[in-house]
Ligand binder design. Structure first.
Ligand code: PRP
Length: 207
C-alpha cells in the first residue's frame, strides 16, 4: 500500500499543537482544519486535471480543474472536524457520511450511520478520520465503500499507528494512506502513543 507521510514544517507545527494536552477545543479544531488543508493538497497531488479555456483580462489561456472531484467521507465524529476545510479546498466535492464508534472494551468499530451515494464506481473517495489506531474503523468504512463499487480510495488521517497501517495494507482493498505522522505504537487501550488523545473528545467533548 502506498503511504504518504506529509513532511512539511508547517504540518509538523500544527501536529504539535494538536498533540499538546494544553490545547483547548477551539485551538485543537483550528489546527485540525489547517492541517486538513495540507493533507488534502498532498492527497490530490497526482489527481487528474482537465484543461479548458479561460479568458484573462488580457488573453485566452489554458485553465485547469480536477477531472473528477472526490467524494469526501468524514467518519463521525472525529472526521467532522476535517470536512469543512476539505470542502473549501475542493469545492466541487460531494460529501457522504459514515458514523462509527469504537467499543472501549473490545476496540471493535460499531457502525451507527451510513449515508453514501449508492454507486461509487469511477469516483475517487477521500475518507477523513484524524485517527488510524487498530484500523478497524477505517477498514470497516472502506468495506462499505467497496461494496458500492469504489476502486480508488484515499484514507486521509492525521495520526496513524503501525497496526492500523498494516490492517489497511492487509485489507486487500484499493486504498492509499495520506497522514501527517505514523506514530510509535498502540498502548493496552489501543490508544496511539504518543498520539494526541481522543480526537473526537478533544473537539466535541466526551461521549
Ligand atoms: C476514534 C477515531 C477513529 C477510531 C480509530 O473514534 O476517530 O474513528 O477511533 O480507532 P481504530 O483505528 O482502532 O478503529 P471513536 O471511536 O473514539 O469515536 P469518535 O470519533 O466519535 O470520538
Amino acid at each position: 500500500m502506498e503511504t504518504h507521510v506529509v513532511d512539511h514544517p508547517l504540518a509538523a507545527a500544527l501536529l504539535t499543537t494538536m498533540r499538546d494536552e494544553r490545547s483547548d477545543s477551539p485551538t485543537f479544531r483550528s489546527a485540525l482544519r489547517e492541517l486538513t488543508q495540507m493533507l488534502i493538497y498532498e492527497a490530490t497531488r497526482d489527481a487528474q486535471v482537465e484543461e479548458f479555456d479561460v479568458t484573462t483580462p488580457v488573453a485566452v489561456t489554458t485553465g485547469y480543474r480536477l477531472a473528477q472531484p472526490p467524494l469526501l467521507v468524514p467518519v463521525l465524529r472525529a472526521g467532522l472536524g476535517m470536512v469543512d476545510q476539505a470542502s473549501l479546498t475542493i469545492p466541487q466535492s460531494r460529501v457522504g457520511f459514515v458514523g462509527m464508534a469504537r467499543d472501549e472494551e473490545t476496540h471493535q468499530p460499531v457502525p451507527y450511520l451510513e449515508s453514501l451515494p449508492a454507486d461509487l464506481s469511477g469516483l475517487p473517495v477521500f475518507v477523513l478520520d484524524p485517527m488510524l489506531a487498530t484500523g478497524g474503523s477505517m477498514v470497516h468504512t472502506i468495506d462499505l465503500l467497496v461494496a458500492r463499487g469504489a476502486t480508488d480510495i484515499t484514507a486521509v488521517c492525521v495520526v496513524a499507528a503501525p497496526p492500523g497501517v498494516e490492517a489497511l495494507a492487509n485489507s486487500g482493498h484499493p486504498v492509499r494512506l495520506v497522514t501527517a505522522t505514523v506514530d510509535e505504537r498502540l498502548d493496552e487501550n489501543a490508544f496511539i502513543v504518543p498520539g494526541l488523545g481522543d480526537a473526537g473528545d478533544r473537539q466535541f467533548g466526551p461521549r
